[in-house]
Each structure stands twice: as structure tokens, then as C-alpha cells.
Ligand binder design. Sequence first.
Ligand SMILES: Nc1ncnc2c1ncn2[C@@H]1O[C@H](COP(=O)(O)OP(=O)(O)OP(=O)(O)O)[C@@H](O)[C@H]1O
Length: 268
Amino acid sequence: MQPLANITPLKLVSRAGAIQVDGVGHTYRTSGQDVVALSDVSFEVKPGRFVVLVGPSGCGKSSLLMMMAGLRRPTSGTILISGAPIDVPDPNRVGVVFQEPSLFPWLTAEENVEFPLTLRGVARKERRAKAQEALQLVGLDGFGTRHPHELSGGMKQRVSIARGLVQDPPVLLMDEPFAALDEQTRMTMGDELLRIWAATGKTIVFVTHSLTEAVYLADEVVVMSARPGRIVDRLEVALPRPRTFEMLSGDTFGSLRDRIWRHIRKSA
Ligand SMILES: Nc1ncnc2c1ncn2[C@@H]1O[C@H](COP(=O)(O)OP(=O)(O)OP(=O)(O)O)[C@@H](O)[C@H]1O
């Protein structure tokens, strides 16, 4: 009989929030010619990590995010979210925030946040309670009855983040969410996002063109080549948390940003 010490204990590991991208490629078939956007992209994200994707314009970052959100099918390879394939959007597993907040102008902030729950037929009282909780999380307590035109750019993006979080998905995908904001608001929103991330423990995959934003936010930066996008580097950001403004001028920060820039310059 096998001695007990040699038996590997069965590990009950929760895969909620884990992302596995395996050999993913994507080709857009247009009437003129095929556009190979991505080729053989593989990486894993452990639950609760903050991963930032960077790469030259047109390298396929948004396409990759759309596939991770179930909004597009890979031409090759597989994507697992929380251990299962993602073939169609599933707001219970993945929340998505885009560059433009894309709020309905005729709905209040609260109603915009509630919208995914309204689509699912959730009762009004429960919808309202969840929307208020999400608005509180993004720092918009008391602004629920305002319409989008009564909110600043940063506040609108907060509403959009609250909408992405309202169904409490373990994964949040963010495609250049702060790109349209002025620099000061963008910095503040970065800190706000880190606060929300720390409070919720979500897995976040965040796309940006800003190398400073990438290093400031990330546990890990994944660098992609020019189209067809492939992964050319993965950098662990070994800066302590909470991140602070002072870190931006430190040597560690500078050398990480330089390393990313060297890849991007080579690809451009
Ligand atoms: N619907 C489409 N039909 C044809 N080609 C497309 C389509 N969408 C994207 N592409 C092409 O696929 C490539 C990747 O596009 P994608 O938007 O994913 O890149 P990106 O890295 O997010 O770009 P950017 O950083 O400029 O936002 C680009 O060459 C783009 O022109």
C-alpha cells in the first residue's frame, strides 16, 4: 500500500477570475483582403491580478479584449474565463468598460448602471440596491439621479465602471478607459481604480497607450508586437502597493518604462 505521505492532496482551487488565453489568433475577413490582427497569443492571468496590455497602435489589443469579453470569436485558439470558454458575452463572468462611457443620455446614472440587470429581468428593488452599491463603490454616492449631461467626463467613466461591476463579475476588462480624460482626472481615476480593485479583488485586464499608466497600475505588463500582434515581453512590476506619485520618478519605474518603450519603438 502507498504510504500516505506520498499521496498528493487534492487541491480545491477556485478558478473564478482566472483567464487562460491559449494560441489565440484572429483574422478579419474583409471584402478586399484578410487582415491578420493577432497570431498565436498565449498568456495566463491568475485570479485577482491587475494585468495591463500595451503595444503599438493596431497590434490587436482591442480585438483581444473583445474576444476575452465574448464579443468576437477567435479564428484559432481558445480563451477560458473562470475555467470555461467564453463564446458569448456573459456579464456574470466578465464586465467590460470602453474608452467612451456610452451611457444612454435619457437615463439617469442609476438607470444606466441598472441597465444590464433590467435586460435580465431583475426586480426593480434589487436592481436599484445593486446600482446604488456599485455607484457608492466608484465614489458617486448621491449622484444616481443625475443624467449624463450633468456629469463630468471622469464621473461618466465612473458610471460606466459601476455598470461593468453591477453584476459582480470576477473579471473586469477595460479598453483605454481613461484615454479621453484630461491628465489630472486620468491620474485620479487611476488611483480610484486601484482602490476599487483592492476593495473587490477582481481580475483586471486593462489596455492603455500610456506607458506611465501601465507601470503605475499593473502587477504585470504584457507587451505586444506590431500587427499581427504577438506577445514580445511580460514584465512583473515589483513596486510596492499602494502605488504613490513619488514612485513615478524612481529608478525601478523608469527602467520598466524604458524596457517597454524599447519594444514599442522596435515595432513601430
Ligand atoms: N472590423 C474590422 N475589420 C477589419 N479590420 C479590422 C477590424 N477591426 C480591427 N481591424 C484591424 O485589426 C487590427 C487590430 O485592430 P485593434 O483595434 O484590435 O488594434 P489595437 O491594438 O486595439 O489598436 P489601437 O491601439 O490603435 O486602438 C488593425 O490593423 C485594425 O485595422
